[in-house]
Each structure stands twice: as structure tokens, then as C-alpha cells.
Write a protein that binds this ligand. Structure first.
Ligand SMILES: [Zn+2]
Length: 249
């Protein structure tokens, strides 16, 4: 490898580490966000269950009020029943009374049902609150470890960045621009070694980055020239390992 490609190769090693650390940093941040979302969801769930309890209580209150009014009516009917003068009047009042009582009994069932729903929903609120306690505890842990991890990774990142800056100085401007452009697209994976297949000529050459065939021209050129050549398929900058005794079959 010529000086320029050597310098780019060194830069590539740092660039890959940078990409790896950046990836770890973003996973650490993502872990915190995921847990934050979980906590938020549970709080929303608790709130809507709480609203449900209030709504059921309100409904039950309404039913109770209606029942009271109807019981007064029942009492009035009972009095009226006793003061009926004819059998026909008596029978009519009795029917009315029984219908009213039957309706009231339905209302009582409804009130009971609503109170049961209140109890069930309250129990559910309790469960969600337990979950919230657990998840918040976990969230605090994750935040703590993540913040330690993020600090650690950030220090490594700063250190690598400094190393990268210094390694970049050894790469000529024009080559560096090309390098940076590919690094941005390929997440730091800029260069690919040419792999030589076969025990004797004609050798077969492939790109170590994308495993596609390369013409012998690339390898021949790089044996003698320190220049930037791109893989025709993936666009990575090609280099030749120190070789060049073919090692693979
Ligand atoms: Zn390739």
C-alpha cells in the first residue's frame, strides 16, 4: 500500500471505531426513551382508569337518586292501594305498583353492577400503580446506568475524534474529501480490501466489502500506484493487502 492509502487505511480503522461508539451511544439513548415511553403509557392508563371510576360512580349516584324517587312513588301507590274503593281500582293500582317494583329491581341491579365495576376498576388502578412503581424504579436504574454509559462513551468518542483529526492530517485534502463523503454514506465503512482467489493465475479478484468480482486491473494498478480506485459495485475505496501471494481458494 502506498503512503496515501496507508494513511486512509489508518483513518478507516478509527472511523469504524467512531461509527461503533456512535451506534452504542444511540442505543443507550434509545433505551432511556423506550423506558420513558413505558412510564408515560402507564400513567395515561392509570388516568383513564381513574376517569372510568369517576364516571361509574357518577352513574351509580344517578341511579341511586332515581331509585329514591321511585321508592317514594311506591309508597304513594301503597297508600293509594289501601284507599281504593272498587276491586277494579285495586287491581289497576296493584298492577301499577308491581310494574314499578319490577322496574326498581332492575335499577337496583344496575346500581349494584355499577358499584361492582367501580370496585373492579379500582382494583385495576391498584395493579397499574404497582406496575408504575416497578417500571419507574427500573427507569431510574436505566437512567443512572445509561448516564454513566453515555459519559463513558462520550469520553471514548472525544478521544477517537482527536485521533481521527490527527490521522486525517496525513491524508491529502482531495482524498480526505472523498473519504469523508463515503464515510457519511457508508457509516464509516469506507475502504475494502481486494481479495485474491485461486492458487495460480489467472487469479480471481473480489471486493472484500461487497464480495463482488473485480477486474484484475484494480489489483494490478494498486500494486504499483498509490491511487484511489473504487469498487465498481459498492463504491468503497479499494486497497491491496500486504500480500500478494494468493492465499484463498
Ligand atoms: Zn465492493
Amino acid at each position: 500500500m502506498g503512503n496515501m492509502l496507508e494513511a486512509m487505511f489508518a483513518l478507516q480503522a478509527i472511523e469504524r471505531q467512531l461509527a461503533d461508539i456512535r451506534g452504542q451511544l444511540s442505543s443507550s439513548n434509545a433505551a432511556v426513551s423506550v423506558q420513558q415511553r413505558r412510564v408515560d403509557e402507564l400513567h395515561q392508563q392509570r388516568q383513564s382508569l381513574h376517569d372510568e371510576v369517576l364516571a361509574h360512580q357518577k352513574d351509580a349516584g344517578g341511579v341511586e337518586l332515581e331509585l329514591k324517587a321511585r321508592e317514594e312513588e311506591v309508597n304513594k301507590l301503597r297508600v293509594a292501594l289501601n284507599s281504593t274503593k272498587t276491586n277494579k281500582e285495586y287491581a289497576a293500582a296493584l298492577t301499577q305498583l308491581n310494574t314499578l317494583k319490577a322496574d326498581n329491581s332492575k335499577l337496583e341491579d344496575r346500581a349494584l353492577e355499577l358499584m361492582q365495576e367501580v370496585d373492579q376498576t379500582r382494583a385495576h388502578v391498584g395493579q397499574v400503580e404497582e406496575q408504575i412503581t416497578e417500571v419507574e424504579k427500573l427507569f431510574e436504574q436505566i437512567k443512572r446506568t445509561s448516564s454513566e454509559e453515555i459519559t463513558r462513551l462520550q469520553a471514548i468518542l472525544d478521544d477517537l475524534q482527536a485521533k481521527r483529526d490527527s490521522a486525517a492530517q496525513a491524508v491529502p485534502d482531495k482524498a480526505l474529501k472523498i473519504f469523508n463523503r463515503i464515510a457519511a454514506i457508508k457509516d464509516g465503512d469506507v475502504m475494502a480490501g481486494i481479495e485474491v482467489l485461486g492458487k495460480k493465475p489467472p487469479y480471481h479478484y473480489i471486493c472484500g466489502g461487497c464480495n463482488m468480482s473485480l477486474t484484475a486491473e484494480h489489483a494490478n494498478a494498486l500494486r504499483t500506484r498509490d491511487e484511489i480506485r473504487f469498487c465498481d459495485c459498492c463504491g468503497r475505496i479499494l486497497y491491496l493487502e500486504k500480500e500478494t501471494s494468493p492465499q484463498k481458494t
